[in-house]
Design a protein around this ligand. Structure first.
Ligand SMILES: *[C@@H]1O[C@H](CO)[C@@H](O)[C@H](O)[C@H]1NC(C)=O
Ligand SMILES: *[C@@H]1O[C@H](CO)[C@@H](O)[C@H](O)[C@H]1NC(C)=O
Length: 633
């Protein structure tokens, strides 16, 4: 059940991970609000005021109007600009376009004026005033607090950071303004300014027009700023509505997202008892925002290359992720992207929900990567981060999709998943298909879970519990999108599944805590019958593939997925198309290199489908030998 990523450490294996995950040391980089705000004043005073008669005039990308000389730069590096002859004042645009880039890569470059600053932004009289937890007005001027990370994630910032929610914040100030640092945003590292609140997050103070702002997730910026930085909108209610006439996929897409988009739909729904929304619903405005995404400006050419004229991928892996550059999650995701470029012919869409994505991900290095930015769910959504998984299916528009979590990688043979998905999911069977879980979670294991009253009113028979627990690594086609939309909508509108002849108890969908739970419940509710055999095996099990030699032939010591009396009396087959639980990016990188080298040298099993101690050349071969096997390959 350990999901790849969560905003709350709900599961014990996550709690473990949280404890062992490498934290970027924060002590020394920040000091707490309570400890002397004088440090900031000193730093700012040094370079911003009076020494040599220089006064701060304008930030980068702004105009400085100065009665006297202007200098442009930062710290010890300055370019001085004299006023023209016969004039004592000077107007300059403080940008690398108009002045030269005296300090490449330095986002704190600004203009100072030796004399009287003429612009209305003069603040010299305010330079000692503090607001917002001891941060000077100088720092707050022409800057915005911008979402940086959810709780349990790392925030990367080059300026002041605040942690909390609404009106209650703890302010943190870096020792050195202008250089990047990371801070882990959780109660252990930063204390608890709003006890009991799950919407706590970090925000970073970002100067408007700064280089730092330019590198942020454009969905966190104003529309104008995002547009000016070249990040085009590729998903929105308008785009989806306009596309509804474009074939069955356009129709399915609009059917899936209409409730997230349409006022008319909402009004109609409120007149229908089965569609009533509850008190935990997200507003229509929030739902509309969830459908929006922009392509990373650097990946525009990849986008044009990878999608058709209607904006659809034929086939794509889809991942969703947040995590500061250099963090464990970013590094894990990078290995995932790398593995797709090693072992697949297909593209991967990474839906980024954090504030900054690594700038080392480039279209040159990853020609089949599409980096797409979306805004995180609001602090008041009270939904697990992992529901972004379903959101990523709606945004990415893949005709055939294979979901990958950040703690996965793909191996040789993985593209078979697209073939199988296309074959199994169509107009007549439209549910997404997930692999069987290695652990068979039943009512007897977790009797408290809210859904058992509905799916197991009759233990131990549990008639409405129609399929073994699946692992939340779904594959889908566009035919599945209405299902995805329907269940995300039910969760986000806090709808109630009413009791029926088949289902004795009603169920409040928003009480279902995680994506995996929801996908399982949804599959039972809609009487799904198809399940993949286990194509997403634990990272550690790949050791069995790496010890294979041609002499072993069809023989393998890899065991099967454990049996259960109701669904899999003889266990289930595996294939090593993807790995999960890859929490150590350095070890993953090494393993990928080794798989590649063995694969290229004939020292890796030609097919990794295993069952009953044997490798099977294809799914068909396996089925011929075991026609009763409940899962599909
Ligand atoms: C101000 O300039 C001094 C040297 O002139 C430098 O050491 C210091 O780091 C600068 N202040 C900031 C905020 O970087
Ligand atoms: C992530 O990778 C970068 C670059 O290889 C490295 O500097 C950094 O320490 C890694 N971070 C973690 C948490 O492993």
């Amino acid at each position: 059940m350990c999901p790849s990523y969560t905003s709350r450490p709900m599961h014990p294996c996550w709690r473990m991970l949280m404890m062992v995950s490498a934290l970027i040391p924060t002590s020394g980089l920040i000091h707490k609000e309570s400890s002397k705000p004088m440090e900031i004043l000193d730093l700012l005073a040094d370079n911003s005021s009076t020494a040599g008669g220089w006064n701060f005039c304008a930030n980068q990308w702004e105009e400085c109007v100065c009665h006297g000389r202007v200098r442009w730069g930062y710290g010890r590096t300055w370019k001085v600009i004299d006023p023209p002859l016969h004039s004592s004042s000077l107007t300059v645009m403080c940008s690398i376009k108009h002045l030269q880039d005296v300090l490449p890569g330095e986002s704190q470059k600004h203009c100072q004026c030796q004399g009287q600053v003429m612009s209305k932004h003069s603040f010299s009289s305010e330079s000692t005033a503090f607001t917002e937890g001891g941060i000077s007005k100088i720092a707050l001027k022409d800057s915005d607090w911008i979402f940086c990370s959810n709780q349990w994630q790392e925030c990367q910032c080059n300026n002041h950071v605040r942690w909390g929610k609404g009106e209650r914040w703890k302010y943190l100030s870096p020792k050195k303004l202008g250089s990047l640092f990371s801070v882990k945003c959780d109660v252990n590292a930063l204390g608890d300014p709003v006890p009991g609140e799950d919407g706590k997050h970090c925000e970073c103070l970002v100067a408007r027009g700064s280089l730092f702002e330019r590198e942020l997730n454009p969905m966190l910026l104003s529309q104008k700023a995002a547009d000016s930085y070249g990040a085009r909108i590729i998903a929105s209610c308008d785009i989806f509505e306009a596309g509804k006439a474009n074939g069955p996929e356009g129709r399915a897409q609009w059917q899936a997202v209409e409730p997230f988009c349409s006022k008319a739909w909402e009004e109609k729904a409120e007149a229908d008892r089965s569609l009533h929304s509850g008190p935990r619903r997200l507003s229509l405005g929030s739902l509309q925002k969830l459908m929006q995404a922009r392509v990373d400006a650097r990946f525009e050419t990849n986008y044009l290359k990878l999608v058709d004229e209607d904006g659809w991928f034929d086939k794509a892996f889809v991942n969703y992720f947040a995590g500061a550059p250099g963090s464990k999650h970013a590094n894990m995701t990078e290995q995932l992207i790398r593995s797709v470029h090693m072992f697949s012919e297909n593209p991967i869409v990474v839906l980024h929900l954090g504030s900054r994505a690594p700038d080392t991900w480039t279209p040159k290095r990853f020609p089949r990567l599409l980096l797409v930015h979306a805004a995180p769910m609001g602090a008041d959504s009270h939904r697990s981060f992992n529901f972004n998984k379903l959101r990523s299916f709606l945004i990415s528009r893949a005709r055939v999709g294979v979901e990958l979590d950040s703690d996965q990688f793909v191996g040789p043979g993985v593209d078979y998943m697209f073939e199988m998905t296309e074959k199994e999911i169509d107009e007549h069977y439209s549910l997404p298909i997930m692999p069987v879980h290695f652990y068979s979670f039943t009512q007897a294991d977790t009797p408290q879970n809210v859904w058992w009253q509905r799916y197991c009113p009759d233990p131990p028979a549990c008639k409405p519990h129609t399929m073994r627990w699946s692992h939340a690594h779904p594959t889908w086609t566009f035919w599945s999108l209405p299902f995805i939309g329907r269940w995300l909508r039910r969760h986000f509108r806090d709808e109630l599944l009413l009791a029926t002849a088949n289902h004795a108890a009603s169920l409040a969908v928003s009480q279902i805590p995680e994506d995996e739970d929801l996908l399982n419940v949804a599959t039972w509710e809609e009487r799904g019958t198809k399940q993949w055999c286990k194509f997403d095996n634990d990272y550690h099990e790949f050791v069995d593939m790496l010890s294979w030699t041609p002499q072993d032939g069809h023989h393998t010591t890899t065991g099967d997925i454990a049996s259960d009396p109701k669904f899999y009396p003889h266990g289930a087959a595996k294939a090593f198309f993807t790995a999960h639980n890859c929490k150590d990016p350095i070890a993953t990188a090494k393993m990928l290199d080794e798989i590649q080298s063995r694969w290229e040298n004939g020292l890796y099993p030609p097919s990794t489908i295993t069952y009953k101690g044997q490798f099977w050349e294809s799914g068909d071969d396996l089925r011929k030998a075991y026609p009763e096997l409940p899962c599909i390959f």
